[in-house]
Design a protein around this ligand. Structure first.
Ligand code: PEP
Length: 248
């Protein structure tokens, strides 16, 4: 059975003080203990927020570099992230792909670096609007997974986390319907089963992301293959984020 997860991607939002208040409120809030909760704040805050989170929730990074050290101005190595108490990062978010030119090949390097250094990750995939309109979204998402993730062994994939985030739904207020989400999640599960077998496929958490909020989370999380959510805008307020956590 895959772990239920609700993760908040803060993107480039909130001050240090606001972030601290938000994490304190989430930690103190009424939360189902069955759900693993994660937040991905701006990296600057990760050390402080890991202390505030007191191991009750995970604090991860939105980005990291696959190289171990050296002349990569502005970047963070996995060892540096781990040295401030964080052990998880996002890979392949559509904003990293489209705004920062991160290619499938570069994302594969990140996946390999994370595996080699015992660093957990959420691998994001999802199709842009024109692909959905052309009806080729399943091929598109399968190609993304095959290009950067599906080279892993079953052992490496076990307990992996995939987030399906249709690009047309991110930050647009336009959520995928629960049947659109379930259809893609079921496909992803079937590709995992084909490649890795039933056991591994059932142990990988597949999260939905794209305008998921406290109003629609219940319906989305009720889908058999939706194991939780990667939440942007609605993760910035404790009240709505806690409602999403409790939407299972
Ligand atoms: C995201 O950025 O991962 C995301 C899902 O954003 P939003 O919830 O704001 O659409």
């Amino acid at each position: 059975m895959a772990q239920k997860i609700v993760a908040g991607n803060w993107k480039m939002n909130l001050s240090a003080g606001e972030g601290k208040t938000l994490v304190s409120e989430i930690v103190a809030g009424d939360r189902s203990s069955d759900v693993a909760v994660m937040v991905f704040p701006p990296s600057l805050y990760v050390q402080k927020l890991s202390e505030v989170a007191k191991n009750e929730i995970s604090v991860g990074v939105q980005n990291f570099n696959p190289n171990e050290s050296g002349a990569f101005t502005g970047e963070l190595a996995i060892s540096q992230v781990k040295s401030v108490g964080s052990s998880i990062g996002l890979i392949g978010h559509s904003e990293r792909r489209s705004l920062f030119g991160e290619s499938d090949a570069f994302l594969k390097l990140k996946v390999d670096a994370a595996i080699a250094q015992g660093f957990q990750f959420i691998f994001c995939c999802g199709e842009p609007l024109e692909i959905r309109e052309a009806g080729t979204e399943f091929n598109y998402v399968k190609n993304q997974l095959e290009a950067s993730l599906f080279h892993l062994s079953a052992e490496q994939m076990k307990n992996g986390i995939i987030a399906y985030e249709p690009v047309w739904a991110i930050g647009t207020g336009k959520t995928a319907t629960s049947s659109q989400a379930e259809e893609m999640h079921a496909e992803i599960r079937s590709w995992l089963t084909e490649k890795y077998g039933e056991d591994t496929a059932q142990s990988v958490s597949i999260l939905y992301g794209g305008s998921c909020n406290n109003k629609n989370a219940k319906e989305l999380f009720a889908c058999p293959n939706v194991d939780g959510g990667l939440i942007g805008g609605a993760s910035l307020k404790a009240e709505s984020f806690l409602e999403i956590i409790n939407a299972f």
